[in-house]
Design a protein around this ligand. Structure first.
Ligand code: GLC
Ligand code: CA
Length: 564
């Protein structure tokens, strides 16, 4: 596609930076990050050169699942502050040219939400139909699998109504009934409320799950256990609802939307994000996250299989090359730290490895979703004791494994690599107590490597991961080829190297990434045929190394961005 034929959009060009407020910065010493903490760090956030901030849920919540269980959609979680803080934060971001995207969690709410408090009292209550129920007189409900239920059962009996309510996630997260037009109208109204405050978009939590199959038929056995995800994402009215949401709400604002899309694959994603269908702008998938990771996050030998990774990422690029728009991410609050998961957190490699991964995210086609702390190369904390975990998912899975007599050592080892809490430890600001995150006791342990890895130390180091990330953002802003250029994979079968070109009109950018500790020499004239005399290095994560870099010679975890 030529530049002149491309529909340019701010949400295609911007880099999204994700803030998990609970772990970003505490301002009042209670050990919990808060909105005032983010306000105090606004200049830092702006200094990164990112464009859009995605805030994980900040609404009122009893925090069974850290804010993904909302008890009031129009108020701020008391631990995080109040509405005045939110308005100040929003204004502070807008003054700095940053867009703000909120989490929209409407597949379920909290059982402490007024709707559920009413609904659970009687079948005649007007809110009963805001939820999904299976009346006990019909017998045991058909199998539905739950992520966070201690028995993995998504139905829970409620005596007052003599019926079971559906909860794909925790017991305290009842699923909302989108079949009910009143419920949908309430949600659209709530979305208008936030847009009128001035927010710039929504990241939609497990939005692919909102439509349930009529009558809850038994799913075929191949969709049992965690394979149910693919059925959950195929509810018959998903697209009808999203189209309606677009017409009722989204089309009225200059906003961006992104689906968290469990169960989306390259063959069904366009139904969500093809602009002609008027649903959502973007989706993020889980296909690469599943490489080498089985049920309950048990890891196998494929964990860092680069050939598979390249294949998956390339297929996703192709699926969205002409219509829709892709997203790229390594980690977020649901996945481990990127440097541990996708490269190496060994002290001798860590710095190069995290710069290399950042290079990938910011030079691929698709909007990058970049997780807080990755800009300084934070790594997994790797808890030895189950008592250190705070995440309901890890704790329940541990208990399930224990009850089944499963291999708990293997579980603990796998979770050092994959548990969600690895990404939820507090951001390292400096080398003072608790990494400058709090003056109190942090709600979750701080990674002891904060004395080596922290913002203060990296601010003044021209070779730091932090300053490299800033340079990458500047490069991307100055270079439309890196944003819109066609993506072509080179060396698909290479075990260690990820190489590709980005091409827009006459400009070609070559990206060479070494995902391993082995050195490799590549002949770039053999790789690409348009190597011109003015070939130059745009960015190199070994630029400050004592030995000069050479185009095409890649040392451990080296990244080179080359203009041909
Ligand atoms: C999404 C969120 C995750 C949460 C779950 C239930 O996957 O990203 O953190 O636990 O939905 O709301
Ligand atoms: Ca606090």
């Amino acid at each position: 596609m030529k530049l002149q034929d491309i529909k340019r959009e701010w949400w295609k060009e911007g880099v999204v930076y994700q803030i998990y407020p609970r772990s970003f910065q505490d301002s009042n010493g209670d050990g919990i990050g808060d909105l005032r903490g983010i306000i105090n760090r606004l200049d830092y956030i702006q200094s990164l050169g990112v464009d859009t901030i995605w805030l994980n849920p900040i609404y009122s919540s009893p925090n069974d699942d850290n804010g993904y269980d909302i008890s009031d959609y129009r108020n701020i979680m008391s631990e995080f502050g109040d509405m005045a803080d939110f308005e100040e934060l929003l204004a502070g971001m807008h003054e700095r040219g940053l867009k703000v995207v909120m989490d929209l969690v409407v597949n379920h709410c909290s059982d402490e939400h007024e709707w559920f408090q009413q609904a659970k009292t009687s079948r005649d209550n007007p809110y009963y139909d805001y939820f999904h129920w299976w009346p006990a007189e019909k017998g045991t409900p058909p199998v539905r699998w739950s992520y966070f239920d201690p028995e993995a059962n998504a139905w829970r009996y409620n005596a007052a109504t003599d019926s079971y309510y559906l909860h794909y996630f925790a017991i305290k997260q009842p699923d909302l009934n989108w079949e009910n037009p009143k419920l949908r109208a309430e949600i659209y109204d709530m979305m208008h409320y936030w847009f009128k405050k001035g927010i710039d978009g929504f990241r939609m939590d497990v939005i692919t799950f909102i439509s349930k199959h009529d009558g809850y038929p038994e799913f075929p056995v191949e969709f049992h256990g965690d394979k149910m995800i693919d059925m959950y994402a195929q509810g018959p009215r998903l697209h009808e609802y999203l189209h309606e949401m677009n017409r009722e709400v989204l089309q009225h604002y200059d906003c961006m939307t992104v689906a968290e899309g469990p169960g989306t694959h390259t063959d069904n994603v366009l139904a969500l994000v093809d602009e002609d269908r008027q649903e959502l702008n973007m989706n993020y998938h889980f296909d690469h996250q599943q490489i080498g990771v089985g049920p309950r996050f048990i890891v196998n030998d494929d964990f860092q299989n680069l050939v598979k990774f390249k294949q998956i990422m390339s297929e996703w690029d192709a699926a969205l090359a002409d219509k829709g728009w892709n997203t790229v991410y390594f980690g977020n609050h649901d996945f481990p730290r990127m440097v541990t998961r996708w490269a190496s957190d060994a002290p001798e490699y860590r710095r190069y490895a995290s710069k290399m991964l950042s290079t990938y995210l910011l030079t691929m086609r698709g909007t990058p979703y970049y997780y807080m702390g990755d800009e300084i190369g934070m790594s997994n904390i790797k808890f030895d004791n189950i008592e250190d975990y705070k995440d309901i998912m890890t704790i329940n899975w541990y208990e399930l494994t224990k009850a089944e007599g499963g291999d708990l050592d293997k579980f603990m080892e796998s979770h050092k690599l994959c548990a969600r809490d690895n990404a939820r430890t507090p951001v390292h600001w400096d080398d003072t107590a608790h990494a400058g995150f709090t003056t109190g006791e942090p709600w979750i342990k701080v990674n002891p490597n904060y004395t080596d890895i922290n913002v203060a130390a990296q601010e003044n180091d021209p070779d730091s991961e932090l300053n490299y990330f800033r340079a990458l953002n500047a490069l991307r802003k100055a270079n439309l080829t890196v944003i819109y250029g066609r993506y072509d994979l080179l060396l698909p079968e290479h075990d260690d190297i990820y190489a590709y070109t980005r091409t827009l009109d006459d400009e070609v950018v070559l990206v060479l990434l070494n995902f391993s500790a082995n050195a490799h020499r590549l002949d770039i004239n053999a790789l690409v045929d348009n190597v011109g005399p003015a070939t130059s290095m745009l960015l190199d994560n070994y630029a400050h190394h004592a030995e000069a870099s050479e185009i095409g010679y890649l040392r451990a975890y080296q990244a080179q961005v080359i203009k041909l």
